[in-house]
Structures are given as structure tokens and as C-alpha cells.
Design a protein around this ligand. Structure first.
Ligand SMILES: O=C(CO)[C@H](O)[C@H](O)COP(=O)(O)O
Length: 232
């Protein structure tokens, strides 16, 4: 999909999803380019429509954008619950399984998501797929012994690659871990892979988000589509 159109559709989904944010609630704010549109819109609503909510963010990036727009941000441990989290995703299949972590924020994203009463993902239509996996699956690993974890993944034919910055430095997450991307093409059994990864010593978390999302707001030509997860 052409970049300008994709951005337009991301923005459309983000603006539609902002309507789900209610006054006096605690809202988890995800990370990424789609969420950036969401935070802009929520900032506008705070300024122009007196929307009042408390945010919990899934990255330092989102926290600084939100605070610069006047959105109140608190730490996760200072609040008893999160009412709703809105986040992006890299791919979503028909069973509402998703891959996240393209922006390297998957650990905080999963912690915030699993502590939220409701989760909404905002995506453009190109991210809806029959089977997830053509987007590389991010795995967050602690730096100590990371190359041994990479070798194990290699032995398991998971096609791992340590994520590097444009300058060739290792990408560091907000928790000071590394990211290994698994180039799998397709994931036949997401639950099995999820168990396998999380049981590998050195892995902190992975980007398979299974049975997490309640609603997906899809930016598509025409108007946004809202998909409801029947299993939630
Ligand atoms: O999981 C994420 C960050 O870790 C993002 O939500 C995901 O990568 C989608 O990003 P974008 O909205 O930029 O396409």
C-alpha cells in the first residue's frame, strides 16, 4: 500500500477510536505511528472538548508526546486499573491473533494490555491477514547471553535476526533489552510458538498477542470498519 494512503487510513482509524475514550477513565496509550495520530487527537479533545482522562503509556516516546499535548500521564503502578487501552498492531488475523512490537515496545504494551479491562487496536486495512507471520515476529531478550538465544532460534529454523538501528547499533528497548526478529513467513500454530518462546530462558516477552484484543478499528477507504472479537 502506498505510504501516504496508509498514513491517511491509520489516522482515520485513530480518530475513530478516540471516540471510545470516556471522561474520568484511565486509558492505556500504545506506541507507533498510528498511536501518534491517536494521541494528537486525544490532545485536541483535551484542549477543545474538555475531555478529561488519565493516561498510562507503553513507551517513553508516547509519554513525551502525550505530556507535550497536556494529557495527564501517570505510572502503571500508581493506578488500580486501566479501563481501556488503544494500541496499534503489525498484523491481525481472522481469529484476532496479532503480531506487535514493530516499534520495539512489545513488553510494556503486553503488560499494559493484560492489565486493561478492554483493548482496542487501530490498524490500516493492509494489516488484516489470513495468517500472521509475514511480518517478522519480535522477541525481547535480555542482553546477557542474547547470542546464545539467537543460536537456539537458528537451530529451531526460526530465522532470527538481531534488530539493529540504521547506524548498525543494537536496538535497545525501554527496558534496556534487545529485540530478535523471527522471519517466519507464516505462523501455523501461534499458541504453540508462544509457549515455546516464553519458555526459552533469556526471553523476556514476544510479540504474539493472542486472545488480547476486544475490538479492531480498521482504517479503510470509505469509512473505518469496527471488528468485534466474538471470543471476548
Ligand atoms: O507494536 C507496536 C510498537 O511496538 C506498534 O503498535 C506496531 O508496530 C504498529 O506500528 P505502526 O502504527 O507504526 O504501524
Amino acid at each position: 500500500m502506498e505510504k501516504n494512503l496508509q498514513n491517511e487510513l491509520k489516522k482515520e482509524a485513530a480518530i475513530r477510536a478516540a471516540e471510545f475514550v470516556e471522561n474520568d477513565t484511565v486509558v492505556g496509550l500504545g506506541t507507533g505511528s498510528t498511536v501518534k495520530f491517536l494521541v494528537d487527537e486525544l490532545g485536541r479533545k483535551v484542549r477543545e472538548e474538555n475531555l478529561s482522562f488519565t493516561g498510562v503509556t507503553t513507551s517513553k516516546r508516547t509519554a513525551s508526546q502525550a505530556e507535550s499535548l497536556g494529557i495527564k500521564i501517570v505510572s502503571l503502578d500508581s493506578i488500580p486499573r486501566i479501563d481501556l487501552t488503544i494500541d496499534g498492531a503489525d498484523q491481525v488475523d481472522n481469529n484476532f491473533n496479532g503480531i506487535k512490537g514493530g516499534g520495539a515496545a512489545l513488553l510494556w504494551e503486553k503488560i499494559v494490555a493484560t492489565n486493561s479491562k478492554k483493548n482496542i487496536w487501530i490498524v490500516d486495512q493492509s494489516k488484516l491477514v489470513d495468517r500472521i507471520g509475514s511480518f517478522p515476529l519480535p522477541v525481547e531478550v535480555i542482553p546477557f547471553g542474547a547470542l546464545h538465544v539467537l543460536n537456539k532460534f537458528e537451530e529451531l529454523n526460526l530465522n532470527p535476526a538481531l534488530r539493529l538501528t540504521e547506524n548498525g547499533k543494537k536496538v535497545m528497548t525501554d527496558s534496556q533489552n534487545y529485540i530478535i526478529d523471527l522471519h517466519l513467513n507464516q505462523i501455523i500454530d501461534p499458541a504453540k510458538l508462544s509457549n515455546q518462546l516464553i519458555n526459552t530462558v533469556g526471553v523476556v516477552e514476544h510479540g504474539l498477542f493472542l486472545n488480547v484484543v476486544d475490538k479492531v478499528v480498521v482504517g479503510k477507504k470509505g469509512q473505518p470498519l469496527i471488528l468485534e472479537n466474538p471470543d471476548k
